[in-house]
Ligand binder design. Structure first.
Ligand code: TMP
Length: 209
């Protein structure tokens, strides 16, 4: 496949969604063919699954059910959106992918990183990202950022307490070590413009290789 699959990862309030959209425009203005998408969602069936997973009324949802629904949404999105775009040689910027499941369900929910990886392997059939950017910011600071953003939707995962978000952060740190060839850590605890610059440099140096 001739395109590039780049994923953006991190806890809540790390700034990755805003930056992803700005980077899309910058790369386009440099002449790259870019597709921006997100998980869970990005296409109709996966957006429907997203609604079920993130519905604040679904407090009864069991951990494995949650992991399987994310994996199901991932499969459909991969097949319908990511793989065709890769075939067309596009650069795909995806807001979250498998590492979210490994950090949130595998580590923070306690299902096990290896176990959740195995379930996801069935869903992604070896299509791992080429590069993953981990937006590194302490959970407390990230949560403060989202608390001050009144336009942001509040979902079921936002109902979790700080201890859960600290575990997610720990999970990402473990993943950054485990997959050090693929995951690049970005210091997200700086003004957005600076984070954006770091992200752009990182992507351009990867594309230039
Ligand atoms: P977001 O679109 O605001 O990032 O919301 C998605 C939420 O779902 C966020 O709290 C992270 C969580 N999530 C998982 O727990 N596992 C996953 O595999 C994915 C993709 C997201």
């Amino acid at each position: 496949m001739s395109g590039y699959f780049i994923t953006f990862e991190g806890g809540e309030g790390a700034g990755k969604t805003t930056i992803l959209h700005n980077i899309h425009h910058k790369l386009e203005s440099l002449g790259y063919d870019v597709l921006t998408t997100r998980e869970p969602g990005g296409i109709d069936i996966a957006e429907q699954i997203r609604k079920i997973i993130l519905d604040t009324n679904n407090t009864k949802m069991e951990e494995r059910t949650e992991a399987l629904l994310y994996a199901a949404a991932r499969r459909q999105h991969l097949v319908e959106r990511v793989l065709p775009a890769l075939e067309q040689g596009k650069i795909i910027l995806c807001d979250r992918f498998i590492d979210s499941s490994l950090a949130y369900q595998g580590y923070a929910r306690g299902l096990g990183i290896e176990e959740v990886f195995a379930v996801n392997q069935f869903a992604i059939t070896d299509h791992m990202p080429d590069v993953t950017l981990f937006f590194d910011i302490e959970p407390k600071k990230g949560l403060e950022r989202i608390a001050s953003n009144k336009n942001r939707e509040r979902n079921r995962l936002d109902l979790e307490n700080i201890v859960f978000h600290e575990k997610v952060y720990e999970g990402y740190q473990i993943l950054a070590k485990k997959f050090s060839n693929r995951i690049q850590t970005i210091n997200a605890d700086q003004p957005l413009e600076q984070v954006e610059e770091e992200v752009l440099d990182c992507i351009l140096s990867y594309l230039g290789r």
